[in-house]
Design a protein around this ligand. Structure first.
Ligand code: ADE
Length: 261
């Protein structure tokens, strides 16, 4: 299978080196599940000083990224069949697990444009299919947001994460947060592992975990809990009218865990 292609347009390419070297994502890149290419707009400047920014028309503090080097960098990228261009900006749509899943399934290439300094020329926006924010706070550049998208997408690609079940049960996969996890020792500084997890009763463990997920979500993210409740009741109605075979959510590859996306 062809590798998933990730192209980042950034003035600080060094930031992305750690992705190649370490952890789950490093392994996925080495295994050619995905490939990462960094493009520096500075390499696409034509003036003597390799100038990538300039003063804003109309005045005001700070410099803006010029459009030409960014356009040229993006236009130099070889395209696969189903590319998607993302512009990382605090004005974008808040990133969600749903987006990561959508890009991992519907596309075979992401082009991530990172803003930097005080901002960029408005015309850069016309390059993007989507503008993405990772939260209501402003960073110095789009590099960390782009890395969030990259790690989030690559871990969903088949072959990156060992067991598809771990994707099924984790936070956000079906609107509930994750349950608590414990490993040895059974007692640590007076804090003990719940007995049920040591009982060997898989049915009981599974019930406990589900209950914990519901409790946690209700406490920490009432918005997600409400959405989950609504979805549950819709699902119940559909099942009662036998539109759905419940087993379809548990078998096959991990993508079937997102039935109505
Ligand atoms: N660039 C600077 N801050 C950002 C944010 N919160 N999300 C995406 N891109 C950004």
């Amino acid at each position: 299978m062809k590798s998933y292609r990730l192209d980042v347009v950034s003035l600080v390419p060094q930031v992305f080196a750690s992705l190649e070297e370490f952890g789950v994502i490093g392994r996925a890149l080495k295994a050619k599940i995905a490939e990462l290419h960094i493009h520096n707009p500075r390499d696409f400047t034509t003036d003597k000083y390799h100038k990538v920014d300039d003063m804003p028309y109309g005045g005001g503090a700070g410099m803006l990224l010029k459009p030409e080097p960014i356009f040229k960098a993006v236009e130099s990228i070889p395209l696969q069949k189903h590319p998607r261009v993302l512009l990382m900006t605090p004005q974008g749509k808040p990133l969600s697990q749903r987006d990561l899943f959508r890009w991992s399934v519907n596309h075979d290439q992401l082009i991530l444009i990172c803003g930097h300094y005080e901002g960029f020329d408005e015309r850069v926006r016309s390059l993007a299919d989507e503008e993405i924010s990772i939260g209501d706070y402003v960073l110095t550049g789009g590099e960390l947001p782009a890395m969030s998208v990259i790690t989030g997408v690559v871990r969903l690609l088949p072959g990156t994460v060992g067991k598809s079940l771990s994707l099924v049960e984790e936070s956000y996969a079906d609107d509930l947060l994750d349950h608590p996890h414990y490993t040895r020792p059974a007692e640590f500084r007076g804090m003990t592992v719940p007995n049920i997890l040591r009982s060997g009763d898989h049915g009981a463990v599974s019930k406990w975990r589900q209950k914990q997920r519901e409790i946690r979500t209700k406490q920490r993210r009432p918005d997600l809990y409400e959405a989950w409740l609504t979805k549950q009741s819709l699902l119940k109605l559909k099942m009662e009218s036998s539109e759905i075979n419940p087993r379809q959510f548990r078998i096959g590859n991990e993508y079937e865990i997102y039935p109505d996306w």
